[in-house]
Design a protein around this ligand. Structure first.
Ligand SMILES: [Zn+2]
Length: 232
């Protein structure tokens, strides 16, 4: 009897130990995973015309578990997509602390272009002058939807336009000469790049900052390029 009782007591002590020590650990692990997997909702250019309220709501998180679960708007319409075309990705910053795809669209039109030169814009949640979208929210530009030539790098000296024709332009809102992108911007950027790499077979070596292909400070000295590469 004594030995049975003693064993039972040890067993219940073991159960208590597992419950009090391992349960919080499991909670932490799962909480960490869900934070890592949450990606802000994607919004298309059609939303430019929607009147925005003065405050920015938090982006509604979606769960992204793999390439098949990417937001549907990241995939271009099948009738215009050419999977062999996209050879690389060029990363930019907007060089001002606030804005959105609509703000960049307005700026690019003021330069005489058709409109937003980037294929994607990733927001930082800073709003000013009526422009700004939730931190980490990915906006899809009309050039991506139409699989059009970008307008995010200057033409080459020989008049060729390789970078705009064959690479995908992603702009993160912010001035990364003075401060780095937000954590959510980086999370969204990683998810978007992984999706594009997988879909178009783009190697890490073809993911470049604007300053690696043209004489510019873009995307800014505080953009963590080597950290980005380590996250892919
Ligand atoms: Zn740039």
């Amino acid at each position: 009897m004594l030995s049975i009782f003693s064993n039972g007591s040890r067993f219940s002590m073991l159960k208590s130990f597992l419950f009090f020590c391992l349960l919080p650990l499991l909670v932490l692990v799962f909480a960490g995973c869900s934070e890592e997997e949450a990606v802000p909702e994607v919004v298309g250019v059609a939303d430019y015309t929607i009147a925005r309220s003065a405050f920015i709501p938090k982006a509604k998180p979606i769960i992204y578990r793999g390439f098949g679960d990417a937001p549907s708007r990241w995939t271009p319409p099948a009738n215009v997509e050419n999977k062999d075309r996209w050879k690389g990705i060029v990363i930019h910053h907007s060089a001002i602390p606030f804005g959105s795809a609509a703000h960049e669209d307005k700026y690019h039109k003021s330069k005489g272009w058709d409109g937003l030169g980037y294929h994607f814009v990733i927001n930082n949640g800073v709003r000013k002058d009526g422009y700004g979208e939730p931190d980490g929210l990915v906006e899809v530009g009309y050039r991506w939807n139409g699989q059009m030539v970008g307008s995010h790098c200057r033409e080459n000296g020989d008049g060729s336009n390789y970078w705009n024709k064959y690479t995908i332009g992603i702009c993160l809102i912010g001035d990364f000469e003075t401060r780095p992108p937000t954590k959510r911007q980086m999370q969204s950027l990683v998810k978007l790049i992984r999706f594009l790499q997988h879909r178009y077979d783009i190697p890490n070596s073809q993911i470049k900052g604007h300053d690696q292909v043209k004489a510019t400070k873009c995307p800014g000295k505080k953009f963590p390029m080597s950290r980005l590469k380590s996250m892919l």
